[in-house]
Every structure is written in structure tokens, then in C-alpha cells.
Design a protein around this ligand. Sequence first.
Ligand code: XMP
Length: 327
Amino acid sequence: TWTMLNVVEEQVEKIREQVGEGRAICALSGGVDSAVAAALVQRAIGDRLTCVYVDHGMMRQGETEQVRRDFEEVFDSLDVVDAEEQFLTALAGVTEPETKRKIIGHEFIRTFEAAQVRVFGDAVTEGEGEATAYLVQGTLYPDVVESGGGAGTSTIKSHHNVGGLPDDLNFALVEPLRALFKDEVRAVGEQLGLPERMVWRQPFPGPGLGIRIIGEVTKDRLDTLRQADAIAREELTKAGLDREIWQMPVVLLAEVRSVGVQGDGRTYGHPVVLRPVTSEDAMTADWARLPYEVMEKISTRITNEVAEINRVTIDITSKPPGTIEWE
Ligand code: XMP
């Protein structure tokens, strides 16, 4: 539409003004927001943009490989960093949600600083006064509001892409989507000619599955949740519900156990919670009335196929009062 064309032209112009002759690193998360932000910046400054994708070990099954394939088509320069061990070590023993988010945000920034030095060399970090290095982020308007950036609001959750930034940053932020809602971001993505899978990808939080494990984040728990989540997503797609459902987090209650029975044995496993929601912009959401057959299929498959899980429950809370994610 002409409106989105204006947004593209306006933002490309603004980015050129801000970055000047500088260089930028884009923090690609795999989601539509950072992809659209990066595509805008690439249009504005071309090969002075380097995209960095951090695999923090808390992505969904097969996601990093998929992201790499998709992004290699669109972006000229892509650096994939394997930081699983770094993140999981930093998260060891941590259960409190805001602490998890702050740690993940912090490790992200550290990883990008390392990537910055790797990509640009010392020249950039030694720049005097004025920034010559820029970090691009796909921060949306709802992120700004919910992180307390909007007038008269208080912090609900510190999103990893807004909150918890350290003071010793030697790069400046470029956030071309700060005024936009999700549907507008998708329209801009289409305007930019990004692939449909990228534009219509359901939202997934930057901290990944780390905030969908209630309790400490460990590799084993991540693997368990990845299996359950893959089944849930597969069945949702099979049922043709991907666009109707805004997103469906699967949450592992890692510190809860319940008794069950399977075959001739007693089990004492963990529950997962399905959190299917409908929404316009994630500011508010309604719990989605999933068809019973779909719920049944997901429940049967998860309890049969994922050894540690013996119970599947469904979250029927709207937002407000419940947020979409559990942490
Ligand atoms: P909540 O849980 O606040 O989530 O209702 C609203 C939307 O934001 C996503 N979300 C995040 N996205 N970084 C992100 O990029 C984050 O730290 C983050 N936390 C939540 C969530 O999946 C939902 O779409």
C-alpha cells in the first residue's frame, strides 16, 4: 500500500541520516521484526550492514538451520554465532523470570560486541566520541510501551531487546520499527519483497524457550520442550491454523510433577501447558478456542512421544490479566 511505501522511504532516509558513513550490525533473532529492520537498513546502507544471528541454544527444533537458509537468500552478509554454552552457563541455577531475561539480554549484548570486533576490527571500537558503529534492533511499539519506554507506563517485563542494556555500549541503536505495530511491520516486509515465510512467521520471544521453562533452564529440559513444541507446531500447521492463531507457546512446568500411568507403569512426569492465543498486536490477546480434535491430537502425541511429559494442559486466560508468555 502507499502508506507502507511511505514508511519504507521515510525510514530508509532516516537510517541514512543517522548512520552516515558508519557501519551497522543487525541483531537477527529469526523473527519478522529484526528481519524487516535489517532489510530496511540493508536498503539504506547496503554492504555496510552485517547481520549476526546468535544461536543461544534456546531456539526451537531445526530453527537455526531454517533461519540460516532463509536469511542467506535475503542478506548479503550473515554471521551465525554458536553461543549455546555461553548462555546456558550464564543461566545455570537461575529461576526468577526477570533475572533470566536480564541475563539473556546481557549475554546478547556481549555476543554482539564480540561480533562487532570480529567483523569491523578495532577501528570501530576505538572511534572517538561520535558512534561509527550501529546496532540494529527490531523493537516494536508494543515492546517500547511494555518495557516502560512509553509515557506514564511501568515495566511489565524487560524485553531482551529493550531492557537491561549495559552503560558501556560503544555502539548506538538503530530501531526503525519503534513506531510500528506487528501488522504494519508485516506490511513493510511485504513491501520490501521479503519471502512469505519470513513475513508471516509467528512471533517468538528473543529469550526463546528459556522463558518457557518454568524453573531452571537446562539442556535436557530444553530438549524435552523442543520435542513437545515441535509436535504442537506441526499439528497446528496440519490443521491450517497458523494464521488464525497468533502464536501458541508451549510451556514446560519443569518443577511440577504429577502421577500418571502409561502401559503397565506408573509415571511421575512433567506437565506442559499449551498457550494458544489470538491477537492483533500482542498488547491484548484472547485464548484461542482450538478445535477439540487438534487438542486431542497434540495431547496424545506429546504424551506418547515425549518421555518426560505425562500431562498436557491448556491455558484459557486472556491478556490481560495473563501475559502471553508465562515469564
Ligand atoms: P507477553 O508475554 O508480554 O508477550 O504478553 C507479548 C509478545 O511479545 C513476545 N515477547 C517477546 N518478544 N523479546 C521479544 O522479541 C522478548 O523478550 C519477548 N517477550 C515476549 C511474546 O512472544 C508475545 O508475542
